[in-house]
Ligand binder design. Structure first.
Ligand SMILES: Cc1cc2nc3c(=O)[nH]c(=O)nc-3n(C[C@H](O)[C@H](O)[C@H](O)COP(=O)(O)OP(=O)(O)OC[C@H]3O[C@@H](n4cnc5c(N)ncnc54)[C@H](O)[C@@H]3O)c2cc1C
Length: 421
């Protein structure tokens, strides 16, 4: 086991960090204040090879799986909202890659990013007013009409909602079957019946557009059904005959992205930690340097330790995912849960340390604090992550005990046979 980054990983980390420091940080306050989509930064990210299909290919070349989490951490260190605006297309891309045929992947992935100098964005629309954590209760319907599908419903809280060139919409084909009756459809932005609803005004990650999506008799051709009709019909048939207990495709997509979300959260925590260390440097309280005071040292040690612990969980999960090692203990969810909680806790502890000055918009700490909260709320809330981890842990324990019981029974059987002989 070697915990050091190799030369290629270190070089990529430095490249991402330079982009975050030189391109993102200077414009972060403006985009945060105005909630403006950072088109110029996304274009610049393409020039730096930090947005687009080439980047996806590069990430796939790292056999340790760390490029993606290094990228997430460094860009979120720069500005969480801008980072999400640059990265949100990857949710749509993951949805297409998870459910699409090879032809659909070749057709639609470039539409999520654009080719050459052209910038395109993707969005992944699952959440509805009554169905976020409870993904099986989606009400957006997809009805077949000849060679077309007709979509009706409202999606909420959609990152890149309304500005994406393509939106992957998860809808229900047979509501009685819960998540097993759902399918994913690619909807290009100029499709009649597809429009943006309310744009949300948020606490944090304000440079990332979050909006409602409204689908009113929105027709897409048969080929926009991800995976194709035969696959969907087989899935529905299995579900109706009670043969399938398979998990939701939407949940599987979110599961794949969880270490990446954890890495993003850590970027904010590290930014807040580093800023606070710089702020403390040279300051005194009652004639004694703040950095020499034990109450301050307690907080610094705890924040540093928690950030390192969360990063190790994130890197382990990213490595397991890249190497096809099943996360039967909920390691992906665990990494996101820990990183989100650490980030909210650390930004709070650091603000307590700095005091009221930390809450002023004169300093970036109040922005880090606002940006942190979302990492306990989206891509599976912290509470729901706990349910996932807990269920997987219990299942794993039961499997371990069953396997042990089988070994004991086997040994007993062999002993009996030997005695009889
Ligand atoms: C900025 C932002 C961007 C987003 N981007 C996207 C996107 O691009 N695409 C997309 O599809 N969605 C997106 N979402 C939606 C997000 O993933 C959901 O909001 C989230 O999954 C929570 O679902 P919900 O809103 O229905 O909350 P609810 O599920 O209603 O949760 C409300 C509260 O109840 C708790 N809770 C719910 N169920 C349980 C339970 N069984 N046990 C214990 N506690 C429970 C939750 O933890 C939470 O505290 C985004 C949300 C935000 C805020």
């Amino acid at each position: 086991m070697d915990f050091r980054l190799n030369d290629e990983q270190l070089e990529f980390q430095r490249h991402c960090h330079r982009f975050a420091a030189e391109v993102m940080r200077p414009v972060a306050p403006y985009h945060d204040r105005e909630q403006a989509v950072p088109w110029d930064v996304i274009r610049e990210a393409r020039k730096w090879d930090l947005h687009g299909l080439d980047l996806l290919q590069k990430m796939a070349t790292d056999s340790h799986g760390l490029f993606s989490v290094i990228y997430a951490e460094e860009l979120h260190w720069g500005c969480a909202g801008i980072a999400l605006a640059i990265q949100a297309s990857s949710l749509a891309a993951a949805g297409i890659a998870a459910s699409g045929t090879p032809e659909q992947i070749g057709r639609w992935l470039p539409e999520c990013y654009g080719i050459g100098d052209e910038i395109k964005l993707g969005a992944y629309a699952v959440t509805e007013p009554q169905a976020g954590s409870d993904v099986k209760s989606l009400r957006t319907t997809a009805k077949r009409d000849g060679d077309e599908w007709v979509l009706n419903g409202t999606k909420v809280f959609i990152s890149n909602g309304g500005i994406a060139d393509v939106t992957v919409v998860v809808a229900t084909v047979d509501p009685d079957l819960g998540h097993r009756g759902q399918a994913s459809f690619v909807v290009p932005k100029d499709t009649p019946g597809f429009r943006m609803g309310k744009k949300e005004d948020k606490l944090g990650i304000r440079a990332s557009q979050t909006a409602e999506i409204v689908l009113e008799d929105c027709r897409v051709p048969m080929e926009n059904l991800l995976g194709g009709l035969d696959k969907l019909e087989r899935k529905l048939e299995r579900a109706r005959s009670g043969q399938s207990s398979g998990s939701s495709g939407a949940l599987a997509t979110f599961e794949v992205t969880r270490p990446f979300v954890g890495g993003s959260a850590i970027g904010i925590a590290r930014a807040a930690y580093e800023w606070t260390l710089d702020w403390l440097e040279g300051r005194e309280y009652e004639g004694e340097p703040l950095l020499d005071q034990q109450r301050v040292q307690q907080v610094i040690a705890d924040v540093a330790t928690e950030i390192e612990a969360a990063r190790l969980l994130v890197w382990r999960a990213a490595w397991m995912g890249r190497n096809g090692i099943p996360m039967t203990g909920g390691q992906g969810s665990m990494s996101k849960l820990k990183a989100g909680d650490v980030t909210m806790w650390a930004t709070t502890a650091l603000m307590d340390l700095v005091g009221p000055e930390g809450a002023l918009t004169d300093h970036p700490l109040e922005k880090f604090f606002r940006d942190a909260k979302i990492y306990q709320l989206f891509e599976g809330t912290a509470q729901v992550q706990r349910l996932v981890v807990s269920r997987m842990q219990v299942e794993e324990r039961r499997r371990t005990l069953d396997e042990a019981a089988e070994v004991v029974a086997d040994v007993a059987e062999k002993s009996r046979a030997a005695a009889a002989a």
